[in-house]
Design a protein around this ligand. Structure first.
Ligand code: UVW
Length: 328
């Protein structure tokens, strides 16, 4: 089924018709114990980018962090005697909190919209055949939110394609093929993906906004525009490979996993978006994480590690922000 799982019914999933956890089901107690053995030096890297008001956003989204009240404490409470009070600061974040910056796509994010297909009711279909029309609600989706995911405590592998090619960043639109994937595996001397692994593929594309807070505003805006104008990403065959190997998650340092170059092919002419979104998340419950920071593990040549993270239990949300840890 080329780029369209509706060519064959994709539910019930292999985890059962009622499953809402998806590919974290692959992470068994034995798998977790094996993953612990990958921590050899006691080093850790955090894999989340910084969240701030200069991060690039998919068009139409917002991220704004502010301190209510400006310069004063947001809470000013009585304490000891006349000379002391206890004061506190809060922040207010306005954002599509599950879809900004480093972010995890829950099973309640990508859908396949079906209109007039034989034997299928029209609607926007998620994982396991849930339709938005049935589970949507203004205070969060009634099924498939990140509260059902559980955790990722498993073998992580880095496929460092940028390093393998000897570049800081792959070019916009670059299609990472299985040849690239295998060349990186071989250069790194690690075994291929195993069931339940989290697979991280580095392109270098997020170098464009890594230092945005240190730049003049104009430069940060220009770099964000370039970042959003496309990206290097993975070919369908790579996602098919991860599906066949039963990975639990694919994470990347670009904004959207698949390759695009919008000047060469404008969004209105892209026939079908998101092969990996449809074929991994919607069809199989294999998760995606975007805008990750893979620089330190690349610098440390940490190709195999313990990956530990759990999404926030934002009931009925479409995703989660996050800062996973690689330990090696
Ligand atoms: C969209 O939300 C459009 O894409 P992504 O899942 O890549 O953030």
């Amino acid at each position: 089924a080329e780029n369209n799982p509706v060519d064959e019914q994709w539910w019930p999933s292999e985890f059962g018709a009622d499953d809402q956890a998806g590919a974290t089901n692959y992470i068994t107690p034995e798998k977790r114990l094996e993953a612990v053995q990958l921590v050899k030096q006691g080093k850790v890297a955090t894999l989340g980018m910084q969240y701030h008001n200069r991060l690039p956003l998919f068009p139409g989204r917002t991220f704004a962090l502010s301190i209510p009240g400006g310069g004063g404490p947001t809470h000013d409470l009585p304490w000891k005697g006349d000379n002391f009070r206890q004061t506190f600061m809060d922040e207010l974040v306005t954002a599509e909190i599950g879809q900004a910056g480093t972010q995890f796509d829950s099973l309640a994010h990508p859908m396949i919209k079906v209109t007039g297909a034989k034997d299928m009711e029209d609607g926007n279909y998620f994982y396991n055949g849930h339709r938005l029309e049935d589970i949507g609600s203004p205070r969060g989706l009634k099924e498939l939110g990140p509260e059902h995911v559980g955790s990722f405590f498993t073998r992580g592998v880095l496929i460092d394609v940028a390093a393998q090619k000897g570049v800081d960043s792959l070019e916009k639109g670059y299609l990472i093929t299985m040849d690239d994937f295998n060349a990186a595996l071989e250069a790194q001397g690690i075994e291929d993906v195993k069931q339940g692994d989290v697979v991280l593929i580095r392109t270098g594309w997020n170098n464009l906004w890594r230092d945005n807070l240190d730049k003049p505003q104009d430069q940060a805006s220009a770099d964000n525009a370039e970042f959003n104008s496309g990206e290097p990403g993975v070919a369908p065959e790579v996602c098919d490979h991860l599906a066949a190997r039963k990975a639990s998650m694919l994470g990347m340092d670009n904004w959207g996993i698949e390759p695009y170059d919008f000047a060469a092919l404008p969004p209105s002419e892209i026939e079908s978006w998101g092969y990996c979104h449809a074929n991994l998340v919607t069809r199989r419950g294999i998760y995606l994480m975007e805008n990750m920071d893979l620089k330190q593990i690349s610098d440390d040549r940490a190709y195999e590690f313990l990956f530990a993270w759990a999404p926030l239990k934002l009931v009925g949300a479409t995703g989660s922000p996050g800062n996973p840890i690689a330990a090696y």
